[in-house]
Ligand binder design. Structure first.
Ligand SMILES: [Zn+2]
Length: 60
């Protein structure tokens, strides 16, 4: 089973949820504040190329 990373829009807590692929429509609750307003984050794979602090110097 894949683990998905979510980020609470209310308190900005990041948490992981074990889900089956057909369970993604389920409403998620933030374990910290209980708000049902969480967004799925990009996977670790995708996040590798877009790390914080990485500045693109395309306009020189
Ligand atoms: Zn929260």
């Amino acid at each position: 089973m894949p683990i998905y990373e979510y980020r609470c829009n209310s308190c900005e807590t990041n948490f992981e949820v074990l889900q089956r692929t057909n369970d993604t429509k389920k409403t998620l609750k933030c374990p910290h504040c209980g708000t049902q307003d969480a967004k799925r984050r990009f996977s670790a794979f995708a996040a590798m190329g877009t790390q914080k602090g990485t500045t693109k110097n395309t306009d020189t």
